[in-house]
Write a protein that binds this ligand. Structure first.
Ligand SMILES: Cc1ncc(C[n+]2csc(CCOP(=O)(O)OP(=O)(O)O)c2C)c(N)n1
Length: 588
């Protein structure tokens, strides 16, 4: 029998074969690709062993990502804060493990309390070394947990794209804040298949923007419409919510006098007719005093800091309180709200504006004008037009206002000069006042001003700093020397740790305990860094000196010698009520 030969099946069959996607990117590269997708342009940082793979990747991104080598990680994070505050974007900082990471802690605490959006990247030792007390290992996650909005350690690069996307979303949404991502060295080196980066806009169990409840808006409007002496205190929430215009429309329709906290400053122009000044320990007389006379207090994007409230049990007790805030944990935290309006003020303010009647409150306004008159007579006039032999901080700020016409970004350090600058600086643009509000971090201003100059290069940045605070981060002059951001440094030198000295004088029988601080020749120091400068102590040279500083093409340091024992008034003495605010030493 003839055998039938079966024809061979020559058709190709699809056999499923697992083909591994090519591992194209290291963890470090993934991070930088993610940055580009998030619109990052500028990174402040300082390298070291545990972050070297990221820095190695950065070498190839030099044309797309600008890295500013600071002189200390604290400077790096304050610069990122200044960048964020002046630009409204998220600030970025890199640090290595161990001492690099711990040097970020002050800035994290500062950014946390002032709601500044940051993404901080720290290098970490190899994953297999975690917990072995390896060289430069610190438990950065535990150290930074209370001072970050979110932190996370990445030990496997596969996690990186999703984690970085989450980091940007959390840092910038809702109430912004600092996020820290700690990346082990193996994860930075590890190659993964990476094709696309997907931005994050949802996280289960995280609700950055609540759904606004109209019944609370209606209740708030009812109280406002019935009020005879309503008063607004607004904070940085207006700026962070990008709700400056909505806020302006609201106050203009309601006709309610509005005072700012130190962080809310510049959300409306300082000369707005409804703006009645700053609240707080060294704020203006009227808004502090009249807090205890209003019948409805509308708090907008502010958190009732103790510097604002003074003695809580005596704060606005007579008033109904309406509190608008995006963060539910702020409502009822310090001051119980009669009407809580949980929401983004960009949404809640227009709703409230629609529901209120147009009013003027002329009689009530007159009370603020009367208080202002008293403050001008007893404090402001002598502070800004002094007849003393020595210069005052107030007159320096007055002349600065005349020359900058409210257009500059003013970054302040902490102390008397900060309070004076915030009391007298005039602004006509939002995001003009960069200061360390909640933490009061000396050493903030010089690096934050560097960051602000990158955050908004179209404007002049002036750093107003005390002789004490300047010496805390003086090394950042090196950053200015190398990268040449345009920062005008204005040192108000009273040869003292002035604010502490003021308290020792007023409350410790003038026992000046270690507040007499010596300084180097600041002009010579700046010169050593290639930054020109000048020192003035005579009134007739002050305007020209300020002009020279402002007109100089590039950074410049101007030291102004001011009265050694000048004090900042008004003042709500600690432990007292806001209505106990005093205009002079004799009244304490
Ligand atoms: C890091 C830090 N340490 C200490 C303080 C406490 N403190 C607050 S104001 C101040 C004095 C500031 O002196 P200076 O920088 O010369 O500014 P001035 O008050 O004289 O304007 C001190 C020591 C602080 N706020 N921050």
């Amino acid at each position: 029998m003839q055998k039938t030969i079966e024809k061979a099946d020559t058709t190709l069959k699809e056999v499923p074969v697992e083909v591994e996607a090519p591992k194209t990117h290291s963890g470090g590269q993934v991070l930088l690709e993610a940055f580009l997708k998030e619109g990052v342009t500028t990174i402040f940082g300082y390298p070291g062993g545990a972050i070297m793979p990221i820095y190695d990747a950065l070498y190839d991104y030099a044309d797309k990502l600008q890295h500013i080598l600071v002189r200390h990680e604290q400077g790096g994070i304050h610069a990122a804060q200044g960048f964020a505050r002046a630009s409204g974007k998220t600030g970025i900082v890199f640090a290595t493990s161990g001492p690099g990471a711990t040097n970020l802690v002050t800035g994290l605490a500062d950014a946390m309390i002032d709601s500044t959006p940051l993404v901080c990247i720290t290098g970490q030792v190899f994953a297999h070394l975690l917990g072995t007390d390896a060289f430069q290992e610190t438990d950065v996650i535990n150290i930074t947990t209370p001072v970050t909005k979110w932190n996370y350690q990445v030990t496997d690069a596969e996690e990186l794209p999703a984690v970085i996307a989450k980091a940007f979303y959390i840092a910038g949404s809702g109430r912004p804040g600092p996020v820290l991502i700690d990346i082990t060295k193996n994860a930075q080196l590890q190659k993964i298949a990476f094709t696309e980066y997907v931005k994050c806009n949802f996280i289960r169990s995280y609700r950055p923007k609540p759904v606004v409840r109209p019944e609370y808006i209606a209740e708030a409007a009812k109280l406002i419409n019935a009020a005879e002496r309503p008063f607004i205190v607004f904070g940085q929430g207006v700026i962070l919510g990008k709700a400056e215009e909505e806020f302006k429309v609201f106050i203009e329709k309601s006709g309610i006098p509005a005072a700012w906290t130190i962080m809310g400053m510049s959300a409306i122009p300082t000369d707005h007719p409804l703006g009645v000044g700053m609240v707080g320990m060294h704020g203006n007389y009227g808004p502090n005093k009249l807090t205890n006379e209003c019948d409805v207090l509308i708090a907008i994007g502010m958190r009732f800091d103790d510097r604002v409230t003074g003695r809580l049990d005596m704060y606005a007790k007579q008033a109904k309180i309406i509190h608008l805030d995006i963060d539910p944990s702020e409502i009822d935290k310090n001051v119980k709200a009669d009407v809580p309006v949980w929401g983004d003020c960009k949404e809640t303010l227009p709703m409230l504006t629609a529901a209120i009647e147009e009013r003027k409150h002329a009689g009530w306004h007159r009370k603020f004008i009367d208080c202002k008159k008293q403050e001008v007579e007893k404090v402001i006039h002598d502070e800004v037009y002094p007849e003393t032999d020595t210069l005052t901080m107030g007159e320096v700020i007055r002349i600065l206002n005349e020359l900058t016409k409210g257009e500059a970004i003013i970054v302040t350090d902490v102390g008397q000069h900060q309070m004076v600058a915030c009391r007298y600086a005039e602004y006509n643009k939002s995001k003009s006042n960069v200061t360390s509000g909640g933490l009061g971090t000396m050493g903030f201003a010089l690096p934050a001003a560097i960051g602000a100059a990158y955050g908004d290069p179209s404007r002049t940045t002036v750093a107003v700093i005390g002789d004490g605070g300047f010496q805390m981060t003086i090394q950042e002059l090196g950053t200015i020397m190398q990268f040449k951001p345009n920062v005008k440094i204005l040192i108000l030198n009273n040869c003292f740790l002035g604010m502490v000295r003021q308290w020792q004088q007023l409350f410790h029988e003038k026992r000046y305990s270690f507040v007499d601080i010596q300084s180097p020749d600041f002009v010579q120091v700046a010169k050593g860094y290639g930054i020109p400068g000048k020192s003035v102590s005579e009134r007739d040279k002050l305007t020209d000196a300020l002009k020279t500083m402002l007109e100089h093409d590039g950074s410049y340091l101007l030291e102004v010698m001011v009265g050694k024992e000048n004090n900042v008034f008004p003042m709500v003495p600690q432990g007292r009520s806001v209505s106990d605010i005093v205009l002079s030493r004799e009244e304490i």
